[in-house]
Write a protein that binds this ligand. Structure first.
Ligand code: USQ
Length: 382
């Protein structure tokens, strides 16, 4: 297949590009390096600097013999997007090209504006290019479990049947996000659903939980191919952050009561899920939605797990609640459905002691590069 990856330099975009190329698909990875720029501007650089897209592509070809085409381009510019789309004519378009940090989107006016504009512009341009030039192209869109928020009922897989005054119908499951970033994904969903039902597009929306890890099958022979490992408060997700904090010898930063529960997955499972989604395209006019995570944990459970495994590696780790910089429920019901991807064949990697230990060991190699001032929360919702 011809696979066009929007956001091909990102935390998930680059591993996805390698994964599809490794399976023999023709891959074009597009990115404007926005994530790298924001990391630099906010003093949130990852633990290890990673090569640029063309450099990564050369390294990947050396180890795999497979080529990934790359291009630095701002996908908010529709004329450029359209011309690349028409030249490449993808069978599948995988859309990661969004500003992905909740804290960044809550930092101030400029950051909120950039998040809203970038995320919706790229989604709209992706839909428009497909609608105009190849409605057969399957769009695989990365949504987020955070679109649903934490309602006091079980979360269904994208849709809900509602009975009202003796009649019934099927609707998108209610969404009520907890940050502007998550809200842009809710807006994406509405935009996509409108174009799917009106113009017969084929879209799969993957509602993903927080991801951990950086190593995948494709990085085994060269760790320069690994993804970004952010541990700062803006781009670092909670598991990656706790591991760095454990290695650095600072208390694990549980926000508030620590009862916040989310659905987590290993980066290797992101690749499996996106691949399975791409291989199972919906019919024209259908929006498939899958909840993409493999197990749920509260923040306290994660902190205790990191503490336990660290101890077995000789690290003495303290857990300390800090005032929650976010506005979110700290103690709530959480029981989301997630059978769709398992039915398609997902074989989960769970967060075992061994997986945790190997992540801690790989961070230990870069212990000297951890920057203390990036650890405590610097952005507040209040
Ligand atoms: N948390 C802590 N301590 C920390 C960091 C986070 O207690 O030091 C808590 C947060 O308050 C939150 C939970 O851990 O309750 C998860 O936070 P996170 O930073 O790992 O994840 P989040 O901001 O929700 O966003 C991440 C990705 C985003 C993706 C989302 C999936 O950055 O792109 O969409 O995970 S989900 O959370 O399911 O919406």
């Amino acid at each position: 297949m011809k696979v066009m990856i929007l956001g091909g330099d990102g935390y998930l975009g680059w591993p996805t590009s390698m994964h599809f190329a490794a399976q023999g698909h023709e891959v074009l990875a597009l990115d404007n390096y926005l994530r790298r720029k924001i990391c630099f501007d906010t003093d949130s650089n990852p633990l290890v600097t990673r090569p640029t897209m063309p450099e990564r592509s050369i390294l990947f070809e050396e180890v795999s013999g497979k080529k990934i085409e790359t291009e630095a381009v701002d996908l908010c510019d529709y004329r450029k997007f359209e011309s690349i789309f028409k030249d490449f004519m993808p069978d599948v378009m995988i859309h990661y090209a969004e500003q992905p940090s909740a804290p960044y989107s809550m930092r101030g006016y400029e950051e909120a504006r950039l998040t809203l504009q970038n995320n919706l512009d790229v989604t709209f341009n992706a839909i428009w290019a497909v609608k105009e030039h190849n409605p057969n192209c399957h769009i695989v869109k990365l949504g987020t479990m955070g679109e649903y928020g934490t309602p006091n009922i079980d979360i269904e897989e994208g849709w809900i049947d509602i009975e009202h005054k003796g009649r019934s119908d099927k609707f998108l499951f209610p969404r009520q996000a907890g940050s502007l970033y998550h809200t842009t994904k809710v807006l994406d969903t509405d935009l996509i659903w409108f174009y799917v039902r009106t113009y017969g597009l084929k879209v799969t929306d993957l509602m993903q939980g927080p991801v951990y890890g950086v190593a995948t099958e494709e990085t085994a022979s060269n760790d320069q191919l690994e993804s970004f490992f952010n541990y700062d408060d803006i781009f670092g997700t909670v598991v990656n952050r706790f591991i760095v904090q454990a290695v650095h010898g600072v208390p694990l930063t549980v926000y508030g009561k620590g009862g916040q529960t989310r659905g987590y997955l290993d980066i290797r499972d992101t690749l499996q899920c996106v691949y399975l989604a791409a291989m199972n395209e919906p019919d024209a006019g259908t929006l498939n939605i899958f909840n993409q995570f493999v197990e749920t944990f509260s923040v306290n459970q994660l902190a205790e797990h990191v503490q336990k495994v660290s101890k077995s590696l000789g690290l003495d780790v303290e857990i300390k609640s800090v005032p929650n910089p976010r506005k979110e429920m700290e103690d709530h019901h959480y029981n989301p459905a997630h059978s769709g991807l398992l039915e398609l064949g997902l074989k989960p990697h769970y967060l075992t002691d061994d997986v945790m230990a190997s992540m801690i060991e790989s961070v230990l190699r870069y212990k000297d590069q951890i920057v203390t001032r990036r650890i405590m929360p610097r952005v507040s919702w209040k």
